[in-house]
Design a protein. Structure first.
Length: 136
């Protein structure tokens, strides 16, 4: 994942304005994992993100005929952490900075690469999830 400083600052602005940083459970048998998403009616903007950092784009359901088509770009797991590491110096919104910092500083320390948790690591993971959930 390579972004110039200008591209990283632009991506951070998109994340600050239209994006979300959260923990989501991809599979019911797995712990929640870092997720970064951006919702927009401008697919070209999301295609720019996907071309530079990867991820997926889905079209959201339109419930009313007068509503515009909208899309959601999503990046998960360690790729989300890599993206956050690149854009973190350029984030401005404090709640997004707090979420990014918590994930960048603590997530990998309580997440074994092989998915096999010790009792201690599972307790640290629960504590991380509680701290993350308590953020605004």
């Amino acid at each position: 994942m390579q972004l110039s400083d200008i591209e990283a600052a632009y991506a951070a602005g998109i994340l600050d304005g239209e994006g979300s940083i959260y923990l989501s459970r991809v599979h019911s048998s797995r712990w929640p994992s870092p997720t970064v998403s951006v919702a927009s009616t401008d697919r070209e903007l999301l295609e720019w993100l996907r071309a530079r950092v990867g991820g997926t784009i889905i079209q959201k359901r339109t419930y009313q005929p007068q509503h515009s088509r909208s899309f959601d770009w999503k990046l998960t797991d360690r790729r989300a952490l890599s993206f956050l590491e690149i854009v973190r110096p350029f984030l401005v919104i404090q709640r997004k900075i707090a979420r990014a910092d918590l994930l960048l500083n603590d997530y990998l320390a309580c997440t074994p690469r092989n998915g096999r948790y010790t009792v201690e690591m599972a307790a640290r993971k629960r504590e991380l999830i509680e701290r993350f959930s308590s953020l605004p």
